[in-house]
Design a protein around this ligand. Sequence first.
Ligand SMILES: [Zn+2]
Length: 201
Amino acid sequence: MRSSSTSSAAGARPAAVSTRVDRNTCDILTILSPLREALSKLSATPPNPEFLRRAIALAVQNVETNSGGPFAAVIVRDGKIVGEGVNTVTAAHDPTAHGEVNAIRAACRALGTFTLAGCELYTSCQPCPMCLAASYWARLDAIYYGASAADAARAGFDDAFLYEEFRKDQPARSLPATQLLADEAWASFAAWLASPGRVDY
Ligand SMILES: [Zn+2]
């Protein structure tokens, strides 16, 4: 009410003033954005070990029922489990079916979304590079893990070689990867960029 009467009394503001105000507003928002992010992380709910206990129990059960490897994970949002996953590599004939990936898939299915921003991952063991990358792609807020990568190595699950591989230049890696048809392969990106119905993620 007050601003509208002030504005009409003062008449049209000079464009320069308006631009400066807009720019200042933008500057303030730019400054506040990381601050807001940091504050939201500070005010995030503290980790709840009970969720990790659930992941550990699922991992033990997975071994006892001969269903797969000794790993499991749960995804939590607002203090509630929204997805659980156990390792099903051998049962599902799927080398990517790690506990964390299965939990991410279950949570996304349950929530009907492809982003898990606002969720935390509780996993029985420190994520391997694939699951770590999947956690980033899923936009998870935090990861809490029980056993360490060194513990996993002691049990025969050593992923240190992957980190070593990734540090090497491509030609020095044990898995050869060779680029072919680079120009033709651009076709999918061209289609993507031109697609009016694409869903960015
Ligand atoms: Zn993994």
